[in-house]
Design a protein around this ligand. Structure first.
Ligand SMILES: NC(=O)C1=CN([C@@H]2O[C@H](COP(=O)(O)OP(=O)(O)OC[C@H]3O[C@@H](n4cnc5c(N)ncnc54)[C@H](OP(=O)(O)O)[C@@H]3O)[C@@H](O)[C@H]2O)[C@@H](O)CC1
Ligand SMILES: [K+]
Length: 509
């Protein structure tokens, strides 16, 4: 699914009105109907109480129309409307409809002192994507009351005060929504860690905007969903043997963190590659063989850390390296020597660099040009910062990574909530699966194993990164259905990979 700018969403909306021959009030009614259905689901069977805070544009219009529908469904509804000199036409029509039904509207100003009945749900319909500048300090008292109330806050389209597609100063007043119902497509700001306190959760509502028109709008940003990744799966063949599914080589571990290599290797095998060989320091041999009999193990001549890469490393289909590897100077030299060897080879395996492999690359910026094109790097935010330097906001971070990927023709997977996969063509895919419980030790090692496995199985690097990130998040989400998010471990993610494959390949789930 595309992630569009506010300007493009407006174009999409206007073109839909013409192509479907409907009025903007009819489209607003459709949007309110979608909201109404979603909120009915949120409250369940019970009668609920709502306080709807409406602005003077179409976001406020949505709030007014929703208020009418909730009232008609028997809920207790209080509607507040910002005083203003002029309202959008659609807003006025919806005010009129409420008057005709004798539903009262209270006036609201930035200075209002409000009382929210206990257990009522607050609906934020103050500002949507029409926000033209950050809200000024005048709005602080009103938004403060909403943000500090104990009531749940549901935002319509976007938390009021937040720009959809450009940086919002964090000191400006912004609604802190528990859940945002956003129309037609995801918005960039809803996906960025910096704004997480305003947008902890969101749900996309389909309001029937014309698909053909969406196809004409170009954007470098995509929201990665099930239907996108299903297209990337390679079918299993009846006459397959272990060689068909590729041989992955997992390089990592040092004294004290052999577990990282075990997790990555297990995840690789569970994702479906035919064979895996782990290359670890000698101290890990017994541990890895004991923990994981399916793996073949090769060891470094040194006991504590990796000091060389064996000659045959280039015989494998894919190599994932760096998990728990450490940054010992010997390891650094070994990596440099590997790059020199790769330069001389006519064809090389697909490569994935994680954790300490990235830290070594970050320490040596002149090596960046040596990384073979289409390699995958999977940094967490701190590792990314070491690699590309600091950023002031998430928009700048994404711009810097896009530039890096184009310049070095690499794929960067920025790990975190809504992991972003940035491709050499500068496309950015934000993942839709995963949960906070996955921010746990070893989760990244599991992701490296999954992606390396998909590379070994013959997926292109871009497909392996997209499918791998989605699958990893999905396994975590399935784990969270039976294990509390706080208790999810990396091992649980591996244990649910099989269910994730089943879910992904079942069109009815
Ligand atoms: N996507 C879709 O298909 C559909 C979208 N729909 C809905 O429409 C919403 C967009 O509506 P919208 O364009 O009327 O803008 P909205 O956010 O309500 O506010 C604009 C008003 O705010 C004002 N204003 C701006 N900044 C300000 C500031 N800092 N401080 C004070 N005032 C400020 C600005 O006036 P200005 O001063 O800039 O002239 C203007 O009066 C969208 O989010 C969705 O909910 C659905 O109904 C149908 C389908
Ligand atoms: K809003």
């Amino acid at each position: 699914m595309k992630i569009l700018s506010a300007a493009d969403i407006y174009k999409w909306e206007q073109a839909t009105l013409i192509s479907q021959n409907i009025s903007s009030v009819e489209l607003m009614e459709r949007a309110a109907e979608a909201l109404f259905q979603a909120i009915q689901q949120y409250v369940g069977e019970r009668q609920a109480s709502f306080v709807i805070l409406c602005g003077f544009g179409n976001n406020g219009g949505d709030g007014l129309a929703l208020g009418r529908m909730l009232h008609m469904a028997g809920h207790i509804v209080r509607i507040h409307l910002l005083e203003h000199t002029s309202y959008s036409a659609e807003n006025e029509i919806n005010q009129q409809r409420l008057h005709e039904m004798d539903i009262s509207i209270s006036s609201l100003s930035p200075e209002s002192i409000l009382e929210f009945p206990a257990k009522s749900i607050l609906i934020d319909a103050l500002f949507g994507y029409g926000l033209a500048r950050p809200l000024d300090d005048r709005w602080k008292p009103l938004l403060y009351q909403i943000n500090t109330a104990s009531n749940p806050v549901l935002s319509i389209d976007i938390p009021s005060g937040l720009f959809a597609d450009k940086p919002t100063p964090i000191e400006a007043p912004i609604i802190q929504a528990h859940l945002t119902y956003t129309f037609a497509c995801a918005k960039l700001s809803l996906l960025f860690p910096k704004y997480a306190s305003f947008t902890s959760n969101f749900q996309i509502l389909d309001i029937g905007l014309e698909k053909n028109i969406e196809n004409t709008l170009s954007t470098p940003y995509e929201y990665l969903q099930k239907e996108d990744v299903q297209l990337l799966i390679r079918p299993l063949q009846k006459f397959s043997h272990k060689g068909t599914f590729g041989h992955a080589y997992m390089v990592g571990g040092r004294y004290g963190s052999i577990g990282a290599a075990i997790l990555a290797s297990k995840a690789a095998l569970k994702t479906g590659c035919g064979l895996i060989t782990a290359y670890i320091p000698a101290c890990g041999y017994t541990i890895l063989q004991g923990a994981f009999p399916e793996a073949q193990v090769e060891t470094d001549p040194l006991d504590t850390h990796i000091s060389m890469f064996p000659k045959q490393i280039t015989d494998y289909d894919a190599i994932g390296m760096g998990m728990g590897m450490g940054t010992h100077p010997d390891t650094e030299i070994a990596l440099r020597q590997l790059f020199e060897r790769l330069k001389l080879m006519p064809s090389i395996p697909h490569l994935l660099f994680d954790a300490d492999a990235i830290n070594i690359l970050a320490k040596n910026p002149d090596w960046h040009v040596l990384i073979p094109p289409n390699s995958i790097l999977t940094p967490h935010p701190k590792e990314l910062e070491r690699l590309i330097g600091l950023w002031t906001d998430d928009f700048e971070k994404i711009a810097k990574v896009r530039d890096w990927c184009r310049r070095y023709q690499q794929i960067v997977v920025i790990k975190g909530a809504n992991t972003a996969i940035v491709l050499p063509n500068e496309m950015v895919h934000f993942n839709s699966t995963g949960n906070p419980g996955m921010a746990t030790g070893g989760s990244g090692d599991v992701l490296s194993g999954i992606i390396t496995s998909l590379l070994a199985q013959g997926h292109t690097p871009a497909d392996a990164a997209l499918l791998g990130v989605y699958l990893h998040g999905l396994a975590g989400d399935i784990a969270a259905t039976t294990i509390h998010e706080r208790s999810i471990t990396a091992t649980d993610i591996i244990a649910h990979l099989s269910s994730a494959w089943q879910h992904l390949q079942n069109p009815y789930l």
